[in-house]
Ligand binder design. Structure first.
Ligand code: KG4
Ligand code: ZN
Length: 383
């Protein structure tokens, strides 16, 4: 039998045995995401002109499972993914209404993330690929975030990206899937991590980012003078650990809710300011070599309205168009994984069926290998 997928050799290949009608309709992929605390599945269609349509997007959040522990417990996350993945994927397929025969491939997050969870989704994706004779595309979770703005609007490559989530804070030149250069990264914590930890010190629930944003809306942080990181440096790197320590200490001294709201506002402003300063540096460098100036912010922290408006103002000031994904695609979802998979499949980039889950997986592996400042480790850059 001639099938689209070939798992007999060492190299996977793109499907081309499905007829010309498919080519004009584009590529339809099932995407699976299980790298942290969301079990998600989605069906996305990518047409040859580059437009993406989300046919379904199902996200089961595990927030309630982890709330009592104040953060994600890896073993609980993995077990919950095992329980939920089949139902979530079936629902995504039913809502999309295309049937398995309407799919051209299966994309699953293969890292970076909590490896127990990644293995659940990746194994599920492999099983669907094998059972339905479909190509498998192992997707880097960060690449999913990198393409996520394309789920809501037409965005042509290349663009300058600030990827800012719970585990990552990076500036990247994005030329397409598998073709990105890192311009800066965090030397300690990610911005989302800073939001979460300071929120915890303020007595807010998990996840802390949205809770801190809500509290900040009634505060005025002007009286707090929080530390500014890496002021003397000319690069595009980030650091949030000094802010985290200082703000956590101040949180302990807060006695009233209005005081806490003021501190939350100060923290939010400080994080947005640092994201803005480094992004502006990157914009200036990027503009020297690019006429098409587009600045995109993606990842969970891109859902923060102060962060968005600060970045939008800076982009406009520096002659860049600005785009952020629709709110639903800022935090973890599988539509972004399906889209990254479709773009890979379009380029003939498929994966072997024995592809391994990777707890760490830098987007720009060359920079990660070459740059001695960002050594891997618990406190180092996460990918
Ligand atoms: O992209 P994401 O869902 O997961 C990772 O890949 O890390 O990002 C989650 C992070 C968490 O740290 C969460 O607190 C933060 O994004 N976040 C926010 C907001 N919504 C989510 N941070 C600040 N303000 C928000 N509204
Ligand atoms: Zn994420």
């Amino acid at each position: 039998m001639n099938t689209g997928a070939d798992y007999s050799s060492g190299t996977g290949r793109a499907t081309d045995a499905r007829g010309p009608a498919r080519d004009s309709r584009g590529l339809t992929l099932l995407g699976i995401e299980t790298s942290c605390d969301e079990t998600a599945a989605s069906v996305v269609r990518l047409t040859p002109d580059g437009a993406a349509t989300v046919l379904s997007s199902v996200v089961h959040s595990q927030i309630d499972d982890h709330a009592a522990f104040g953060g994600v417990v890896p073993e609980i996350a993995a077990r919950s993914h095992v329980e939920m993945i089949d139902g979530v994927a079936r629902r995504a397929m039913a809502e999309a209404g295309v049937g398995y025969e309407g799919l051209d491939g299966v994309a699953a997050t293969a890292g970076p993330g909590l490896v127990g969870g990644v293995m659940v989704g990746l194994s599920y994706g492999k099983a669907v690929a094998l059972a339905r004779d479909l190509p498998l595309i192992a997707v880097n979770h960060l690449e999913g975030h990198a393409v996520s703005a394309r789920l809501g609007a037409r965005v042509d490559y290349p663009f300058l990206l600030l990827l800012v989530s719970g585990g990552h804070c990076q500036l990247l030149e994005v030329r397409g899937v598998g073709d990105m250069t890192r311009l800066g990264t965090t030397i300690d914590d990610a911005a989302g991590e800073a939001f979460d930890k300071i929120a915890k010190a303020l007595g807010l629930g998990y996840p802390g980012g949205p809770a801190l944003e809500a509290l900040a809306s009634s505060g005025d942080g002007a009286r707090f003078d929080l530390p500014r990181a890496l002021l003397g440096r000319k690069d595009c790197d980030f650091s949030f650990s000094g802010l985290k320590t200082a703000a956590s200490r101040l949180a302990q001294a807060c006695e009233t809710d209005p005081e806490r709201a003021d501190l939350a506002d100060a923290v939010q402003t400080a994080i947005a300011r640092q994201l803005g300063e480094r992004s502006e540096r990157a914009m200036k460098t990027y503009a020297e070599t690019h006429d098409h100036r587009m600045f995109v912010v993606a990842g969970g922290v891109a859902a923060n309205r102060t962060v968005r408006s600060t970045l939008e103002a800076l982009a406009t000031k520096n002659g860049f168009a600005f785009l952020a994904p629709p709110m639903a695609y800022c935090t973890d979802n599988a539509a972004m994984i399906a889209l990254a998979g479709a773009e890979r499949l379009q380029r003939g980039l498929t994966s072997d069926i024995d592809v391994a889950a990777r707890p760490r997986w830098p987007l720009d592996e060359q920079s990660a290998l070459n740059d001695p400042v960002h050594k891997p480790g618990r406190k180092g850059a996460k990918a």
